[in-house]
Write a new protein. Structure first.
Lengths: 232, 232, 232, 232
């Protein structure tokens, strides 16, 4: 179905100049990034559609109106910051990647799949912020995203010809841990959602805060450890 | 209406340097790709809007909630993977294309037309997943997309000056078959929708699976046949 | 408000190297095109949101369902093709433009304004396809777009330093006529909407057909007249 | 979570060539601009979703229909022009910026947050254009945007290695004033919303007009003062 280019090269034989040029164009990450940036831009903007204009009456105060919007706004801010974190992570990852093969292209699309469900998840916890079912579905979504990120990390770093620079095993393990750890936290939020929904919501809201704190701590300590050198 | 540049060249005469530069800018596929990537990004993200936040009550279990969402989710996943396949196919095709003329620009726009109806089709089978009419409209949509893909393939490969590298007749026929074959399968799904709607839905859901399987098989066998060489 | 760069140059004095480099970056059309392509991509995709999933019942035939969708589908196709024509025109125009100044940047934004109302207009005639008021509002929209296109054409072609190549008066007049003529046709459609709504709708539906016909005719005749040379 | 690249550099040591290349890719503003342009394009297009197709009846005149749409249309036009001003300001600012570090990347995301709420704010004042609460929420939104713009200005201009060209203190203060001043005006609109909602709405509608007037005045007077030199 999407296999045309295979045919195109059929005749060119092995190692021919035009074949190599075509292969380079097929490996170019440009359109993968264009699609991904487009999806990220739309997701963070669609999140606002879940905040509905409330019914206002004459006697309504600003506090009351904002109070009614509070669950929607909290869900919006959490999901927005999460999507921002995912985008920064995507940008960091693809700064390492020089070429994309068909596997990486498809893994990236399958990573965008749970990501595109984020506005739905935000709408769900915006409306049912204390309902275990809503919190569990949101948790499943975030776990799926974390799993896909880890899969992409493993796939790409295991293929040195896709990278600008080869990574050693220690670096690959550290990267995997950094990609999976939020997934484990969200798994915990998923598991406690039934017995303690407030704790679950708190974890969703708290992880971004934790993320910014850890960045600050890592930066402060970077003089001592080259392992976590920051580029900012 | 959109004919300004024609005038611009009027005076420059034939083969002049500025005229040739303008022609190159008009042939540049950059904005065609920017528009297409934007449309693809929006389509796969809009699909989520067809999944509505369900009514949850205290006694609701996760399974019940997911059960009610199932048709919408299935339609979302099918349409998402389909759109992903179309995007990969578009990227592969345009890796062969060096220049776009007015005909190709318009064929690309007319290809985006049925593609933009995909979220509507997904909403339709998400709500009426056993209704023949819904399944037939969805089938018509997918057939239209396949036809437009084949038309673009024929148009572009028939104009060597638009390509990085000329294709021979055998390659063109193979590419046409690859572009049309899913259309024939969808035509079958359209035809059986009235008598056996479950079969129809199964075909829609099954083709992407088939696609991934066939890629895997082709890759495994690529050592024996250069015809289906993969670049991944 | 958006005047920061003015300050940046204050000290550099006239004709300094850094000042000239900043000026070039401010004149770069890249982000103007990125914003415009994004808006076009979103508009043609949002149009589908005006096609609502119909209520289907067991006895419903495909023809009945499509019949009910007909006005929405017609409005979708008309508006989609119109938006496509506007995008092709925008791409053609900016193939002439080398630099964008603040005036051109703002005229482009003000051109996008009526364009962004197109999905609303399509929804209006999709629902009230025989209602004079709906047809007149749609006509006003299309006239506004045509006027903005003519204004941009005059502004840009009157400033040779913004262009890759200077145009003479005859070329400028011909381009203006090509930009304004559809506006005059839409004005006619607006004016007859009250007395003959069917004629009005026919004009909206017919102009794109006319456009494709005229392109074909112009192409056939291009050997005789260099004035309408096509680049395709 | 989004820290993979840190690991990648761990082994390369200080000042190595690959490390420097990775740092340059991480500092590249390209994807920051792609995300931002995407968000801006979506915001100005989503604003139209707040204009709902009105109920039309046979006896309805064009004036009546437009009259009912007036508050929505006014809110659309105000918000559209505001978003346009923000985009022009963003483009001007990033014409000064050569590199983006992690802080700037995140500040830009946090700037997009209140911006993404603009369609919600427009929907609010489109429906309740004389309601103090709606006008105050809209004001809060615009103040938040102005504050984030000032923060980004301070952050970027305080880090000469991020800029193409260093700014002196006078330029930085002037830029800060230009970024903060609309925020002060919106703060005033927020404060008077309770006692004089009409004045508040007038300020929101009037500021863009003021902006265009001041640009014209500044341009006319630019011969006398190099401080406000324009690049157009």
């Amino acid at each position: 179905m999407a296999e045309e280019p295979k045919v195109a090269v059929a005749q060119a034989g092995e190692g021919g100049e035009p074949e190599r040029a075509l292969r380079e164009r097929l490996h170019d990450p440009a359109r993968v990034l264009a699609l991904s940036d487009g999806v990220f831009a739309i997701i963070i903007t669609l999140l606002v559609l879940e905040i509905h204009v409330p019914e206002l009456t004459q006697g309504h105060t600003l506090n009351q109106a904002l109070g009614e919007l509070r669950p929607s706004l909290v869900a919006f801010v959490i999901s927005f910051v999460l999507a921002g974190m995912y985008w920064v992570g995507h940008r960091d990852l693809f700064a390492l990647i020089r070429r994309t093969d068909r596997g990486l292209v498809w893994l990236n699309i399958l990573y965008l799949l749970p990501l595109c469900l984020l506005p739905f998840g935000a709408g769900l916890i915006g409306r049912y912020d204390t309902e275990p079912v809503a919190l569990r579905i949101y948790g499943l979504l975030l776990v799926a995203i974390a799993v896909m990120r880890a899969v992409i990390w493993l796939y790409a770093t295991n293929r040195p010809h896709l990278l600008w620079q080869r990574l050693d095993d220690r670096q690959r393990r550290a990267g995997l841990a950094l990609n999976l750890s939020p997934g484990l936290v969200y798994l915990a939020a998923f598991l406690v959602a039934r017995t303690a929904p407030e704790v679950s919501l708190l974890i969703y809201a708290g992880l971004p805060v934790l993320y910014f704190l850890s960045i600050t701590v890592l930066r402060t300590g970077r003089a001592r450890s080259q392992e976590y050198a920051d580029f900012t």
